[in-house]
Design a protein around this ligand. Structure first.
Ligand SMILES: Cc1cc2nc3c(=O)[nH]c(=O)nc-3n(C[C@H](O)[C@H](O)[C@H](O)COP(=O)(O)OP(=O)(O)OC[C@H]3O[C@@H](n4cnc5c(N)ncnc54)[C@H](O)[C@@H]3O)c2cc1C
Length: 386
């Protein structure tokens, strides 16, 4: 009996949607992945194509140019990429940026940026981390000060950010900055920077990572970057931390969803491999160790699927709390590490070769325990809620 990997939140309409997404991913993204890995980014054309097909901002209301779906539609897109080891297009971060605008932006900010994001014309990035501050975001040093340019009131931004997903291709960067350093959390705000032709804005290196090679993770520099006053997210100064906190359950569940899909991709590839590969006169699949490893992996998939699906239902119902979302991020990213590692081992030396899916899944998996709030921070958040 094949392992039933069906989601409890699926329905026939969503299955049809998944077929369309899978077709796009398999025929228009996958064939160019090797090239994108060498280049360090997927290019603007792919973003625009995904936008044209309605796969970006799938859960943003149609009023703002989105597809008017819900989190399930978002999940389907991430899953179809993740199971194939396609980590170049960080549609998840793009959507997270769109959600900051949707949940906290003014009507004018939503009207200005969301439709262009949904069309893939503006790639979104969120810039929190700095060389000196990651987990402890209170320590950021990027500064935004009130300023005026040509009679227009606004903000002048100075500082630098690192590890920024979509950083090279981003057309819209939400920058977390101190607007009042004396105030701690209340002195932090989020400012939107439109990068095209923006004086003082510079993209540094596309960083050389051990995995996610097609993903443009970059350094960003802000040297007297001026943005008009209406680029302050939500229009009220000092709200940055509260805006960041309120969207955490959504962001952490995305990491859980991606982890499970990557585990499923690794499992399926491994099952096919061990049935084919022979050693000592029989397929690897018939060795007791292989069977036991697969049994353990299949069990992890079942357990993980139950938890992730429960969280998806809770998110849809608006009841997913930050501690539970931190648990799903923690558990799923740790399980992803265990499962993908075991799958690689079952491939032997071939598992270490980049041309094999399992090798790419392995190097991509490691960062899931680090970003989105490192897993140690997840434990802090969970422990505080006990
Ligand atoms: C590929 C990639 C993409 C990323 N994308 C983005 C992005 O789009 N935008 C963005 O802003 N950032 C992004 N990041 C940054 C990421 O969120 C940070 O790397 C992460 O939050 C950890 O911060 P740090 O690297 O400064 O590590 P540190 O905060 O220095 O932590 C180092 C270690 O110490 C542990 N630690 C820290 N504090 C505690 C504590 N209180 N108790 C116990 N242990 C602790 C951490 O868990 C970690 O193991 C990305 C990172 C990577 C690698």
């Amino acid at each position: 009996m094949p392992l039933d990997l069906r989601r409890s939140w699926a329905d026939p309409d969503l299955d049809t949607y998944r077929d369309a997404v899978a077709r796009f991913v398999a025929t228009e993204m996958q064939p160019h992945d090797e090239e994108a890995r060498k280049r360090g980014h997927v290019g603007h054309a792919l973003w625009r194509r995904a936008g044209e097909l309605g796969f970006l901002c799938a859960d943003i209301p149609e009023t703002w140019g989105g597809a008017g779906g819900d989190f399930r539609h978002e999940a389907v897109f991430y899953e179809e990429m993740a199971r194939r080891g396609l980590s170049g297009m960080a549609a998840s971060v793009h959507t997270i940026v769109a959600h900051y605008l949707l949940n906290h932006g003014s009507e004018a900010q939503k009207a200005r940026w969301l439709p262009r994001m949904a069309r893939g014309e503006l790639v979104g990035a969120i810039a929190m981390t700095e060389p000196g501050a990651g987990s402890d975001l209170q320590g950021i040093r990027t500064r935004a000060e009130r300023a005026e340019r040509g009679g227009v009131a606004g903000w002048r931004i100075n500082g630098s950010k690192t590890f920024i997903t979509n950083g090279y291709l981003a057309g819209l960067v939400l920058v977390v900055a101190k607007t009042d350093p004396a105030q701690g959390a209340r002195g932090t705000s989020i400012l939107a920077v439109e990068t095209e032709g923006c004086a003082g804005y510079r993209v540094g290196r596309v960083l050389d990572k051990i995995g996610m090679k097609a993903q443009d993770t970059s350094e960003l520099f802000f040297d007297d970057v001026f943005v008009p006053a209406d680029h302050l997210l939500g229009g009220v100064e000092g709200q940055g931390f509260f805006q960041l906190m309120s969207d955490l359950p959504y962001e952490r569940l995305i990491i859980g969803v991606i982890a499970l899909a990557a585990m499923e991709g690794a499992y399926e590839a491994t099952l096919a491999y061990v049935r084919e590969r022979k050693a000592f006169g029989k397929p690897l699949a018939e060795q007791q160790n292989t069977r036991f490893e697969l049994a353990t992996i299949a069990t992890e998939l079942k357990v993980g699927r139950a938890f992730v699906d429960q969280c998806v239902h809770q998110l849809l119902a608006g009841t997913l709390d930050t501690a539970t979302a931190s648990m799903v991020k923690l558990w799923a990213s740790e399980a992803q590490g265990r499962v993908v590692d075991a799958c690689l081992q079952l491939h032997g030396g071939y598992g270490y070769m980049n041309e094999y899916l399992v090798a790419r899944l392995y190097t991509d998996a490691r960062v899931q325990r680090i970003y989105g709030g490192a897993n140690e921070i997840m434990k802090e958040v969970i422990a505080r809620a006990l």
